[in-house]
Ligand binder design. Structure first.
Ligand code: TYD
Length: 250
């Protein structure tokens, strides 16, 4: 097992990032049980949530790597801890939507559950002081958040991610409604997918009932969010993976 040097580099709303002893190009990302929504207006700590999100993210990153998408992920070292490449993160939230719901319905005249073909892509500025405003290409380039070339590449990779994960998840009975991802640069300057892809950052609907298996349960103030995440773990992991991480004992 990789020893965590208890030197905290960064703490976010739901994850902590630690230094790895003697390896400056790697970090350990610890997924905490904290959950927030509504721009920090709703907060809670839900036992097991961190581990479930780490297990789901690890699985989806593995699937993406198998399809040629470069990710930050190296391996899980504990059910809630991911050894990852250290990245210089781009402060963008890249949101990709296949079905109109959430803020898209609050802000624009889309029909509820309208299919979005091609998917709608949006960039938000990851900046708490400014409350994550939506950006466009010229604001992004003027603020020097990314170059046009980098943005074009991010769009291209995000389309691939959407295709690969939509297919993987529908085969498990889940619709990938929308998701938020983040990118960064590794030590060689390569653009790499980072952060997480979990029910905290995606909308996953049961393909039969259209029930939520994601953070919308918490956003709506309903019970059962951790049970829903547990169900996603059971749907996406193989039996061997569930045994390896002793999922039922988490
Ligand atoms: P969106 O509909 O904009 O969010 P909300 O209804 O919460 O305002 O979210 C689209 C998707 O992106 C959804 O799966 C949640 C995810 N997302 C994040 O993970 N973090 C964010 O800050 C935002 C805005 C969205």
């Amino acid at each position: 097992m990789t020893e965590i040097k208890k030197e905290l580099l960064y703490t976010g709303k739901a994850k902590d990032v630690y230094k790895v002893d003697g390896e400056d190009d790697k970090v350990i990302i610890k997924f905490r049980d904290d959950i927030t929504a509504l721009d920090g207006g709703r907060k809670d700590t839900l036992s097991k949530k961190g581990a479930y999100n780490a297990l789901i993210s690890a699985k989806l990153f593995e699937v993406l790597e198998e399809h040629g998408v470069a990710t930050q992920y190296i391996k899980l070292v504990e059910p809630d801890q991911m050894l990852s490449k250290s990245l210089d993160m781009i402060p963008l939230e890249v949101i990709c939507r296949n079905i109109a719901t959430g803020s898209l319905l609050r802000k624009y005249p889309f029909h509820k559950n309208q299919k979005l073909e091609p998917p709608v892509m949006q960039f938000d500025y990851k900046n708490d002081v400014y409350h994550d405003p939506m950006l466009n290409d010229s604001i992004i380039t003027a603020l020097e958040i990314a170059t046009q070339e980098q943005l074009d590449k991010i769009r291209e990779i995000t389309h691939v991610i959407n295709k690969v994960l939509s297919k993987f998840l529908i085969d498990k009975g889940l619709i990938l409604v929308d998701f938020k991802i983040e990118f960064g640069f590794d030590k060689d300057g390569k653009l790499v997918l980072g952060d997480e892809i979990s029910p905290d950052t995606t909308r996953l609907w049961d393909a039969e009932t259209l029930d939520n298996f994601d953070k919308d349960i918490f956003r709506k103030g309903e019970e059962g969010v951790v049970d829903a995440y547990h169900k996603v773990v059971n749907l996406v992991l193989t039996d061997e993976e569930k045994d390896k991480w002793n999922v039922e004992k988490i």
